[in-house]
Structures are given as C-alpha cells and as structure tokens.
Design a protein around this ligand. Structure first.
Ligand code: NZQ
Ligand code: ZN
Length: 388
C-alpha cells in the first residue's frame, strides 16, 4: 500500500544552456546583500564566476564573497561561514558549485542566526531550526547529489570522525536553481563518474526497500535506465551535451524526495560511504561504489523479489524461467559490469581504507532498519574487508 505523504517542492528550476539569463529575475526578489559562496576556484577557470557577477551587478547587489568551500565541507568552514553571514546580515546566499558548496550554503543558512552550536543541534541531534533561515539559491556546476532541490546538507567533522547530514524541511530547500549542463562540461572525469554513481545509488537507496508496487518504483526504474544510457555516452565523450543534460536532470529527480514518496528507504550504503568519507575525505560517489556490491550481495536473499525485478526491469535480464536467485545475481553482475565500464572505484583500499581501519569505520557507521536487513557492526566490517 502506498503510505501517507506530503509532497512539496519549493525550488524554482531554470534548466538549459540559456538558464543563466533567468538569474536576475530571481535575484531581484531578495534584499541587497548577497553572500556569494563557491569552492576552490573551478568557477573562475570556466567563466561561470563572471556570468554570475554580471547578474549580481546588473541587479545592483552588494556582494560578500565567501570562497574556498572544500569538497566534503568541514564544520570549521561552516562556523566561519555562519559568522560572515551574520556579521554582514546577508539577504541571500548564492551557492555556485557542486553539492559541497550547496550543502554548505544550507548549513550556513540555518546556522547564522542559531543561538546554539549548529553542529550539535542540527547534525548530531537532528533538530529542526527555530531561528530564521537565510534564503539559498544556487547555480549548479557539478552533477550528482541532488542538493539543488532538497533540504540535505552533509558536513564533515574530522576531529570527531563523523560525516553526517541534516535534513532541512521546505524552508531550507533552495528557492531557485540554475541548471546549465554546459557548466558541467569542465568537471574532471573522475568527479563526473563519481557523480554518476552517486545519482544511481540515490535511486537504489530508495528502490531497495519495502515490497510495495507503486509509482515510485516505476519512476526509479526509468531514472536508472536513463542514467545507465547517458553515462555510457558521457564516459565515451564527456563533451556530449545531450548526455550531460540527461545526467543533470536525472540527478535532480533522483534526490528531490519524489521517488521516495509512499515507501520506506534504505540509505545503508550512504551510511557506510559517509563513514569512509569521515576517515579518508574521498570523493563521495566513490565511497558508495566501493561498498555497494558486497552490501547488495549480502542483503539480496532478504529482498529477493525486488532484486529479480531490478534484474528484469533495469538490466533486461530474461528472468522468466530462471530461478529467482540466479536472476537476482545476474542483475548484480550486470550492475558490476556497468560500474567497471564507467570506471568507478570498486575497492575501498583505493580510497585509503586499510584493514586496520575497518573496525573503526564500522564503529561509527549508523545502522538502519529500513532496508531489507538491518546490519550489525560485524556485517559492516565484513563488507569493508570484502571491498578492500
Ligand atoms: O571546489 P571547486 O574548485 O569548484 O572544484 C570542485 C570539486 O573539487 C569540482 N567542480 C565542481 N564543478 C566543477 C568542478 N570542476 C570543474 N568544473 C566544474 N564545473 O568538483 C569537485 C567536487 O565537487 P563537490 O561539490 O565536492 O562534489 P559533489 O557535488 O559530489 O558534492 C559532494 C558533497 O555532497 C554531499 C557529499 O557527502 C559531499 O559532501 N552529498 C549531499 C547530498 C544532499 N545534499 O542531498 C546527498 C549526497 O548523498 C551527498 O552525501
Ligand atoms: Zn549520495
């Protein structure tokens, strides 16, 4: 049965190679002070910075620059950003970059006027903000996380060895997003592939849970097929605009909450991946690819029906006439082949995980009971060892 839910998507999306022309009409909705947040400099090399600045100037904004958001943004950077936003009393945070920059902007939005330690309140205790939030808008330059249209914000605390998320409600979701696939053409191949696997795994996390037969499952299968198709083209020719457009659009829909509606969700691969990230600072999508197959092979017997459906509807395995376990395993083999084909990281050792670290990583991995089987810490350690 489809469960009860509310669906609200407050983000105004502008998609396509002329979408930047819509930025001024968004900017004029907010007060004069804009905090312009970006990463380590890619937007200065590919010309996006100039285009954004032109729109800010055209609308007469006072710009407070906040560069240097690192991949996997840290809690120290978050504290600093919150201080800047408060001191300047900014009216809008404009995040220009990938998931890291947008996640950070959402963190700053909720932290600037928070009376408590935001790390403790939002990220550890998972409480919702009581203070006012600064509106966030974004220009997306790297595809994968879906951060442009959701309330998630992932922050890393290296001292505590915790990489974790807060999930803001509608108030914290970006008000608008500029999605120009052309901006993603300069993303290095390793990051592009990491993002592609991130998209795919977001869909898996919502698909491999429950046994409902609902609209969300069919949408998920369509999205997965589209990602597989577009990824093959993009890996052969990273400058293929059509493929990069499809990846961008699929990525947004993979994690804007739509395909989770009416069903339970898993997210255990992400929990293990984030724990790896807390220890290694590795590219997010690659932390997921490294542990996915050992995880899915482990839970397959408990969600056999769904894995057979995955094999049939996503990978075109002729499952009829096969025994269910063989059909399900054939689906995972097809997944493995595709992962090798696009070149994701298949071994956690490549990300810096050592045999000695597996126990520590397992110890900080949250264990969810919403997938087909709740793991134990020992399971997680075994998965990590298998993935080395
Ligand atoms: O910092 P710059 O110089 O901009 O370089 C970035 C960065 O090094 C570069 N890049 C981005 N756009 C580019 C570009 N390089 C050339 N041309 C461009 N157009 O790419 C590198 C990676 O960027 P980053 O933003 O770190 O990657 P991603 O989008 O994968 O974001 C990763 C973060 O998002 C979190 C992850 O955990 C991680 O912290 N996630 C957020 C989620 C959410 N909000 O819902 C869900 C995800 O599961 C994920 O956990
Ligand atoms: Zn992810």
């Amino acid at each position: 049965m489809i469960g009860n839910f509310t669906f609200c998507s407050p983000t105004r999306l502008h998609f396509g190679d002329r979408s930047m022309s819509r930025l001024p009409e968004e900017l004029i909705k907010y007060g004069p002070k804009v905090m312009l947040t970006y990463g380590g400099g890619s937007i200065k090399r590919n010309g996006v910075y100039e285009e954004v600045l032109a729109a800010l100037e055209a609308t007469g904004k006072v710009v407070v620059e906040d560069p240097g958001v690192m991949s996997n943004p840290t809690v120290e950077k978050l504290y600093n950003g919150a201080r800047i936003a408060r001191e300047h009393d900014v009216d809008l945070i404009l995040a220009v970059g990938g998931g890291s920059v947008i996640d950070y902007a959402k963190g700053v939005s909720a932290s600037a006027w928070c009376d408590e330690d935001p790390w403790e309140k939002y990220y550890l205790r998972k409480e919702m903000p009581e203070c006012r939030l600064i509106p966030v808008g974004c220009v997306l330059t790297m595809v994968g996380t879906g951060s442009e249209m959701n309330g998630g914000s992932v922050i890393t605390n290296h001292a505590q060895k915790i990489k974790t998320e807060m999930g803001l409600d509608d108030r914290g979701v970006p008000k608008f997003a500029i999605l120009n696939p052309r901006y993603t053409l300069s993303v290095p191949k390793y990051q592009m592939v990491s993002g592609i696997y991130d998209i795919f795994n977001h869909i898996c996390e919502q698909y491999f849970s429950g046994d409902d037969d609902n609209v969300s499952d069919y949408l998920s299968e369509g999205l997965m097929r589209s990602v597989i198709h577009a990824s093959r083209i993009a890996v052969r020719d990273p400058l293929d605009y059509e493929a990069r457009s499809n990846l961008m659009w699929a990525s947004t829909w993979a994690l804007n909450t739509l395909i989770a509606k009416g069903k339970t969700e898993d997210w255990e691969v992400h929990m293990i991946g984030q724990a790896i990230g807390a220890f290694t600072d590795a590219a997010h999508g690659m932390t997921l690819s490294a542990v996915s197959l050992p995880y899915y092979r482990r839970i397959l017997p408990y969600g056999l029906h769904r894995f057979v459906r995955f094999a049939r509807n996503v990978w075109d395995i002729p499952a009829e006439g096969m025994d269910p376990e063989s059909a399900a395993l054939a689906g995972l083999s097809a997944l493995e082949e595709w992962m090798n084909e696009i070149g994701v990281v298949m071994h956690a050792a490549e990300l810096g995980v050592t045999k000695e670290m597996t126990g520590e990583i397992a110890a900080v991995t949250p264990l969810y009971d919403t997938g087909y089987r709740k793991l134990t810490k020992e399971d997680v350690e075994e998965i990590l060892r298998e993935s080395l």
